[in-house]
Ligand binder design. Sequence first.
Ligand SMILES: Cc1cc2nc3c(=O)[nH]c(=O)nc-3n(C[C@H](O)[C@H](O)[C@H](O)COP(=O)(O)OP(=O)(O)OC[C@H]3O[C@@H](n4cnc5c(N)ncnc54)[C@H](O)[C@@H]3O)c2cc1C
Length: 469
Amino acid sequence: MCPKVSTIKPELEADLVIIGGGGSGLAAALTAKEKGIKNIIVLEKRGGLGGNTAQATGLFACESPAQARQRIIADKDVLFKRAMDWARWSRINPRIFRAFLNKSGDTIRWLEQMGLEFTVIAFFPNQEPRVEHVPKGRGAQLTKVLAEKCRESGVQLLLRGSGKKILFGKDGGVSGVLAVQGDELEIKTSNVIIATGGFAGNKKLLKKYCPLYYDGFGVRGLPLMGDGLLMAQEAGAAIEDFVTLLKEGPRVDLHTWPLMAIERDPITVWVNNRGERFADEAIGMHPFEAGNTILRQPDKVMYSLLDTSIVQNFSVKLPALDKALQAEAAGDRLKISKSWDDIAKWINTDPAVLKTTIEGYNACCDRGYDEIFAKERRYLQPLRRPPYYAIRCQTHILDTIGGIRINERMEVLNSQDKPIRGLYAAGVATSGWEAETYCSDLSGSAFGYAINSGRIAGENAAAFILETK
Ligand SMILES: Cc1cc2nc3c(=O)[nH]c(=O)nc-3n(C[C@H](O)[C@H](O)[C@H](O)COP(=O)(O)OP(=O)(O)OC[C@H]3O[C@@H](n4cnc5c(N)ncnc54)[C@H](O)[C@@H]3O)c2cc1C
């Protein structure tokens, strides 16, 4: 963890050091600056800012000005209870979650004042109320604006500056950060916010903390290594043992990802590699739950089956679909064939089993009743028109969730639940804000939590700095 000690270490000094220049780190830096903290350094390991936040679509908020303008009632008490019920009052720390909800509406106001414009959408079909705030230009624009504001206000952004170790003084409080930016450097400071994001790139940590993990998981975001989690652990922070995964790609952006839109549509038929159905396909409208069912299948894989009628109906809504299907057919994720036997061969399953599945499903459609999984009648459409399509689907990690134990002020806690003086953490490096399965009703929570927890950490760190100066 700690780099070899070199003879000359350039020294810097700051009131506050933020490790990580993604969504939570930039929000924390700007907030602390606004609260009157003069000398702030953001260390960002990569050559650019924004982290995974720059890849996100929309952020959760309730009781925001954007919702008010659109007359959307997104009551924070109702959403709080929904989130807690979803989590069965486990895994989510209600005080942390409440702090996030309480701040979220004001965060949209804060961002709008910087010139960002939001559309409030339902990310998933039937989602009520609409809570996902999509900034014009998405996460990329939002993080760009935050970075610009940080620069304008004099926050020092040290790119390719990697935090390595948090240092402590004799009094037990934070005394500095050891970092590498080409050379090693030591930054003297009494206050650090860890905002290093997740650890989707670190197989060792994934295996240790995520019971669902297996080597076939695709990673859709940056391969971040969980540096903050390790640094916090080394500093004596408690690490929650209930780390979970933010899994599965969302199925919203029909035009950018037409294949993803069609493969999870309720009208498709899903089989595992034994050629058997295993779920009500309407679960595809909730990709995080769908991820759970896929992970329970042999080899953690499923195949979404379609026929030409379904594809043609979709093509009307999605002109990009045909091109996407043809492009995919050239690879190994999609098979198009006039024969189910041929598709069974491609899946590597028994053709007789697949035949029984398709005939059984078609009979369900004719009867208008799915006696196994009770799929809604309106989604029951037989697969009878060749050529047929099979798309291989697996789960992906968008980001990891959980790790550093904090309280609602984003102070890092030790194993006795006591705050470590001067140490804060924000964003997905922390735990206590998400259930085992991501709650679709609160879509945009990861992005929303990153920005809001960053702001909360920035405020509390600033208050502590001003108090102790
Ligand atoms: C493709 C994709 C789409 C997504 N879409 C959505 C969405 O629509 N809605 C939603 O809610 N969530 C979404 N997410 C998840 C969400 O965007 C992230 O979980 C969240 O924004 C993470 O914010 P963060 O600030 O904690 O971390 P990040 O934004 O990832 O920032 C962490 C930063 O820390 C830096 N860092 C790491 N280690 C060090 C170190 N040692 N020293 C210095 N810097 C370091 C990293 O380089 C990175 O820049 C998506 C994720 C992906 C990948």
